[in-house]
Design a protein around this ligand. Sequence first.
Ligand code: FE
Ligand code: CA
Length: 501
Amino acid sequence: MAIVTRRNFVLGLAAAAVVPVPQCSPGSLPDPVPLPDDPFTLGVASGDPAPDGMVLWTRLAPDPLNGGGMPNAAVPVHWELALDPDFVDVIAEADAIADPALAHSVHARAIGLPADTWFWYRFTAAGWTSPVGRTRTAPRPNARPASLRFGVTTCQHYARGYYTAHQNLALEDLDLVTFVGDYIYEANASGPRTHGTPTATTLADYRNRYALYKSDPNLQAAHAAFPWMVTWDDHEVVNNYAGDADSSGTSTTAFLERRAQAYQAWYEHQPVMLPGGASPRFDIYRMLVWGKLARMAILDGRQFRTPYRCGSGGGALCEAMAGNDVTMLGTAQEQWLASNLAAAPATWHAIAQQTVMTPFAPSTVGSGVNLDQWDGYPAARSRMFDLLEHPAVTNPVVLTGDIHCAIALDMHRDGNVANPKVATELVAPAVSSTFAAGLEAGFEAGLNARPQTRHVNAHQRGYLTCEVTPDQWVARYRVVDSLVPSSGATTDATIVLDAEG
Ligand code: FE
Ligand code: CA
């Protein structure tokens, strides 16, 4: 059965974000373009699994590190989705267009598929065939799945190490991977590997940076193995930006121009269905629904946050950030979260987002905090806690990245463990980004002195896996050696949460 889709919605995506995407009906395909070299150098990916479909992604780039190397013409790309890895039983296929305005990326939405099912997919163009990816649909909304297994990854600085985390992640028994930010790093850097190009500021720069990262075979393997739910943090644009302002005083107009180009490159390289083009605003927040077992909100804590008013790193909270007007998510996203997180019953309610949310003390004016984290946005955190304490939000779990340190934390208001627990926060280790050299042991000691801390490891890289059932949420902190090209993974800590209610 051929499925040619002109529908363009994504389950749970804010309606304002949706505009038609380049797919085509029979007869409207562009003429084939000869491609002398393999265009499938960046692998394949899939994302946003829904009960009836998902997004399939690839990008044609025979010369990936130098702008892609494609002719300036639209190219027809065929995709197939099968019930077996040999494509004997193809149950959906269609044509899509790789548009030069979107770096010849392809975002195809497969729909009408059976729920709770694994598939294999591939693309063909100009006689070339892509690697094969594996993906799946979510269970139906009213289903009671026995489990959800997923990985949580973040902070994959290419120059700081090898993707041994992805090498091992790809071998795990998972349904999907949630990525919570810092997919690329914008600045030039060298270490075990090198970026080799200056700080990215233009669309062409960001495209080449994504192409470098996506050329890594271990990252490609992790994408090919599971669908991903991707959100971003700051380094997809520039370190420590907040809303419409960077941290170096650039004019709003100039910064928004850079941000729009960075966002476009992000879209071009991720398995998400969103409007293309240099948009000033991308509504990327959305909900993953895994039957009645789990709901997971994928949040954007960067684009709509209040710009810093008392500094962006470690510092003292100032009066200007202590008021009720500060926001981490923006009004529209906050309202969307409040009305969608518990819109249907689920045993577990997860929030996948960027920066550490757990307080260690009341955030009062003058208290020393990391101003980039929720500590720097106390009123926004208080509203988030109100939501997490709503009776319908059963068993809340917060998934976090950003800090290049594996941590498990109990969240209590004002950091006072005498107050009821609001949620558990699981901070995933970085894939390869390093913690500030020499400060690891002191940071770990400081956290271990807090009664909220259940696990901390700033020394090692890796990823988190979560095995979620109606009774328990088992989080495993997996660690690797990212300073060698290949290593195994071991479990450094296991955190078990029991479902209540
Ligand atoms: Fe990072
Ligand atoms: Ca970050």
